[in-house]
Design a protein. Sequence first.
Length: 239
Amino acid sequence: MQALKSLAVLGLLFATQASAHGLWTEQRRGHIEVVYGHGAEDNAFKAQKVSGAWAYDAGGKMVPVTVQRLDDHARLQPLKSPAVLAVVLDNGPWSQTPDKKWVNQGRSQVPGAIESTHALKYSLAIYQAGAKLPRLDQLKMLILPEVDPLTVGPGKSLPVRVLIDGKPAAGIKLIGDYRSAPNTLSTETDKDGRAQVVVRNEGLNVIAAQVEVPVKGDADVQSRALFSSLTFLGEPHHE
């Protein structure tokens, strides 16, 4: 596949409220929780914005999963413990008003809108070593590990490939530890969308990237603000 050309608008922090937060999952109190935040921040969000969740067993077979929509966040309830879990949060269109405020509406509804974007956030979690990854076409931005991330270990490099709309994306800046150091770049993808990211933690690792992709011919938005994360444990959990 031809790599996407380096996108014109890249950056760690976008101006929009819609783009300033990431998405990942964590296991808390025996539950898999959807986390919407920036670094250590864990913000409340409208659970109906979780537009899809998919769980798979170690062989890549789909496992039924329910999205429990709570008052301030979402919880995922797979029928059995998953090996792989993918989530999408659609934060909808956002437009900047002439007085520089951001509202959760498309520009056709905001007279004189200066900027507009559609914020979409994707998360891939890998829970079991040796898990076979299924096709993940529902993740329009994907950080795909090229070896089993659970077998790499802290301090060593994990090879990954970043895909946007299924195509390798060049020039994508990767954050190696989004949960603890969300503003620190680790590396950048090459012309084939590949990069080496050092595994930072013995516990939860959240590797992330975000980018704006121009959109043409849309009355409501001029770009897609995409965020994607890859999460896994750096070392197996021991009692």
